[in-house]
Write a protein that binds this ligand. Sequence first.
Ligand code: CP
Length: 366
Amino acid sequence: MRSLIDITDFNKEEIDGLISTAMDIIANPSKYAEKCKGKKLATLFYEPSTRTRLSFEAAMLELGGSVIGFSEANSSSAAKGESIADTAKVISCYADIIAMRSPKEGAPLVAGLNAEIPVINAGDGGHCHPTQTLADLLTIYREMGRFDNLTVGFCGDLKYGRTVHSLIGALSGYTGIKIVLISPEELKIPKYVRYNILDKHNMPYEETKSLEDALPKLDILYMTRIQQERFTDKAEYERLKDSYILTAEKMGLAKEKMAVLHPLPRVNEISVKVDEDKRACYFKQVLNGKYMRMALILKLLEEKALDPVNRLSFGDLPLDTTNFKCNNPKCITQVEQELPHTFKCVDEEKGIYRCVYCEKKSTDTF
Ligand code: CP
């Protein structure tokens, strides 16, 4: 049985397979209308969502299945203190597959380790958001016709922007990718993305504060919202919230064939006037997300039918549960009862260990 917790759980061939399925769903929707008849998706959303939750629900309904779930923690027994591990065991008695969003980093991994059914990470804190990445990849494929040899600019909140972390992870599987990181100093990409993905895969990248300087070289511009809900210092949010605003005038600096992506929701970082530009792809991205989530549900349920027993585990990953403590206040280890602080070795030579749940080093700043 497979789950999708991190985009790197799937290799390039598997992602290509999901794209092929999604393209076939687009071409032949009636072929898929009863593929999940009798199956139930549970959407467990401990954090607000419009696109992800409703596209998962639409995806399951269009596959002929049905949906149960909750859309806020307070309407579930989480409000009474029920753990993620217990919730996952309980939902396994009612549903065939789970999509979970949580403000706690690593919560979907805890669910996957405890559920008897596949678990999909629908966004965990500022950590990752692999199914948004699937939407992003289908959009890149449909707009650009390729994944190789692209210069991709990420602009805005690269620190808390979980969709950025996951998309960079996915792009690490392709050749000729150049990354341009556009952010204020305070919102630069986290160290684990820098070291575990960019450096590990020798991905060329540059950092700049200037959107205007970066725009002319980009094939893809991935705009992001400054994530108000993740800031502990509200004054810092107020200072940074208007760091980047993409306007119709600035689009004049970009290539004729550049594609503008944004995971949405947007606040003010893309002027609504840009929506009229043929390079604005963010509403197409929303629709692509539904098709990719349909393909993902099909894949995970097919894999469960082939291997119904073995649930997610750490396998033979070398782990340390005695020497390190995770001090990330947003990590699931801070709230989940008796969950051992578990670290994985990511660099044997340098002796670097990171939390398996949130990927922070115990000494990292957040
Ligand atoms: N892109 C995205 O995750 O949107 P929602 O927060 O509305 O689900």
